[in-house]
Ligand binder design. Structure first.
Ligand SMILES: CC(C)(COP(=O)(O)OP(=O)(O)OC[C@H]1O[C@@H](n2cnc3c(N)ncnc32)[C@H](O)[C@@H]1OP(=O)(O)O)[C@@H](O)C(=O)NCCC(=O)NCCS
Length: 186
């Protein structure tokens, strides 16, 4: 079963060093500077940890925006990938976004289509319901490299028919009368 034996719960600020350690162990995906940034964000952002035998093996950090919740960081330690931990962390992120009344999850990831490690990451998100919103060719926070912005709309348990799918309607138009540009009768 996916993530068997794993527990996902809130990441504590005191575990920020572990976050940096996991990032440092994944140089194909993250620059050395990223470990410093992730450690800082682990203190200030909402995070969830995937634990096996009590040890943090993966984490997600979330940045709450006006429109939605953004996955700022998501990583699973080398040697523990492919066992369902990333999927469990995504579910925790989805539940959190719903609990905040924000049924959209976003993530920015490397958007070049030429680098196998990130092609796997892209496949991971897409197979879990994320859609490509846009590719920014030169994204400054990624050192001028391309960024793919992905979105996932969440089903936060609204009853069918009460979602954003419903067309929004303005007030019914009033009939216009000749000589009265706005239709008023005065
Ligand atoms: C992407 C990542 C978080 C997924 O976590 P995970 O625990 O490996 O994912 P799961 O076990 O839940 O799911 C595995 C699925 O992801 C895919 N996958 C993507 N990257 C993978 C990797 N490095 N190793 C194994 N599977 C990977 C598998 O093909 C599998 O797909 P499928 O179930 O549709 O067949 C994790 O692999 C990771 O930390 N990658 C490196 C860092 C990264 O890319 N972070 C995201 C930055 S935006």
């Amino acid at each position: 079963m996916a993530g068997e034996g794993a527990i996902v719960d809130r990441l504590r600020a005191s575990e920020a060093g572990r976050v940096a350690e996991i990032i440092r162990g994944l140089p194909e995906w993250f620059t050395p500077n990223a470990a410093v940034e992730a450690e800082r964000d682990a203190v200030s952002m909402t995070g969830f940890a995937a634990r096996l035998g009590g040890v943090v093996r993966g984490f997600v950090l979330l940045d709450e925006r006006e429109c939605c919740v953004e996955i700022a960081w998501l990583a699973v330690e080398r040697g523990f990938q492919g066992q369902g931990l990333g999927s469990l962390l995504l579910e925790a992120a989805e539940d959190y976004a719903c609990s905040r009344g924000k049924p959209v999850l976003t993530v920015k990831t490397y958007g070049g289509m030429d680098y196998e490690p990130y092609l796997r990451t892209l496949r991971f998100y897409r197979s879990r319901g994320f859609k490509l919103y846009e590719v920014i060719d030169e994204y400054k926070p990624f050192g001028g490299q391309p960024a793919a912005i992905l979105l996932k709309r969440l089903d936060c348990g609204q009853p069918p028919g009460s979602t954003l799918e419903e067309p929004r309607r303005g007030p019914a138009p009033r009939p216009l009368r000749p000589g009265s540009p706005d239709g008023s009768s005065t």
